[in-house]
Design a protein around this ligand. Structure first.
Ligand SMILES: NC(=O)c1ccc[n+]([C@@H]2O[C@H](COP(=O)([O-])OP(=O)(O)OC[C@H]3O[C@@H](n4cnc5c(N)ncnc54)[C@H](OP(=O)(O)O)[C@@H]3O)[C@@H](O)[C@H]2O)c1
Length: 300
């Protein structure tokens, strides 16, 4: 019998990590998704021990310190998980001769570009989270030059906490929601990100000459947070769930500890060209998540 293809998924309790575990992986692939109690990314010894236990052939780092506002006053913890740990994972992957995939973010950019960002655009994070994720990209590529880094944005799913679930929760007891309308981006389904990571992992495992480096992946189209909230409300109301009127507000009227880019849009031509990956429209992906929440009774 052929050897198992052991794949380490970090962040297995997160949106993307959960979706990765639900993927239909080819026969022989064994996904290992240790919880934080078994693999604490802020502890280098814990990372080393994980690699001593299992001969991984692929590492997918879907874990991150994702509390963007909290990170402003928790710099050390954010950098430990988002910068140091990815570098250690990448070095361990190289040592194990495993392929390395790492998830990153639109927040590496400052949002001043009028068009969608391409992979080679200059980075300039506006907040600690973005700076820590940028340092993570650099640490990964320096330890493992053939790593694949997937930048994504505005991640949504039926799991865990995210903007979509927050909007539905707020709509359950309010008639009007004030939502920022001057930040634009690409809402992206965690399930779609996982599917892309699955495809890329298979490609890297089977083709030593596959392209690597930084790739953007987001669902197709763009909107503002207010536009996304409006769509979520329509979808929910159409399914008998909560709804509220969305009032667009300015970023300046909704101060947060962390500054955020006004333009978060990521261009996806490179991943389409190199891997024939074609993102589906964000509205279709969001409708699927609202449907899931309806089926599970989370929207009632
Ligand atoms: N969410 C977004 O809107 C967004 C946007 C752009 C890019 N991204 C990127 O997409 C990737 C996936 O994000 P997501 O939304 O799926 O994240 P998420 O739902 O917030 O989950 C984060 C995951 O990281 C784990 N984690 C955090 N600190 C850890 C530690 N010290 N040791 C072990 N595990 C730890 C969490 O474990 P616990 O359950 O134990 O906390 C959880 O499994 C990340 O790289 C993120 O930066 C996200």
């Amino acid at each position: 019998m052929a050897d198992a293809v052991n794949v380490l998924v970090t962040g297995g309790t997160g949106q993307v990590g959960l979706a990765l575990q639900r993927l239909d992986w080819p026969a022989g692939v064994v996904i290992s998704a240790p919880q934080r109690a078994d693999l604490d990314l802020s502890d280098p010894a814990s990372i080393a021990a994980t690699f001593e236990r299992t001969p991984f052939k692929a590492v997918i780092n879907a874990a991150a310190y994702t509390a963007v506002d909290k990170a402003e006053n928790d710099r050390e913890a954010a950098f430990a998980v988002n910068a140091t740990a990815p570098g250690l994972l990448a070095a361990a992957a190289v040592k194990a001769k495993a392929v390395m995939l790492h998830v990153s973010t639109d927040y590496v950019f400052d949002g001043t570009k009028p068009e969608p960002y391409v992979e080679v655009d200059p980075t300039r994070p506006l907040n600690v989270y973005g700076a820590s994720k940028l340092a993570g990209e650099q640490a990964v590529l320096s330890a493992c030059p053939r790593a694949l880094i997937l930048r994504t944005s505005w991640v949504l799913s039926a799991d865990r906490a995210n903007f979509l679930k927050t909007m539905l929760r707020l709509a359950a007891d309010r008639t009007e929601l004030g939502v920022v309308q001057d930040q634009i981006g690409c809402p992206t389904s965690a399930a779609d990100i996982a599917e892309v990571l699955g495809t890329l992992t298979q490609r890297l495992l089977t083709d030593g000459k596959a392209p690597t480096g930084i790739y953007n992946f987001v669902n197709a189209g763009e909107t503002s947070w207010a536009g996304l909230a409006g769509e979520i409300m329509s979808l929910s109301e159409a399914r008998g769930g909560p709804g509220a009127t969305v009032r667009g507000i300015a970023t300046a009227d909704f101060p947060t500890p962390a500054r955020r880019p006004a333009n978060s849009r990521l261009a996806t031509e490179k991943i389409t060209r190199d891997f024939a990956i074609q993102p589906r429209p964000w509205r279709v992906a969001v409708a699927e998540i609202v449907d899931l929440l309806t089926i599970t009774g989370a929207i009632a």
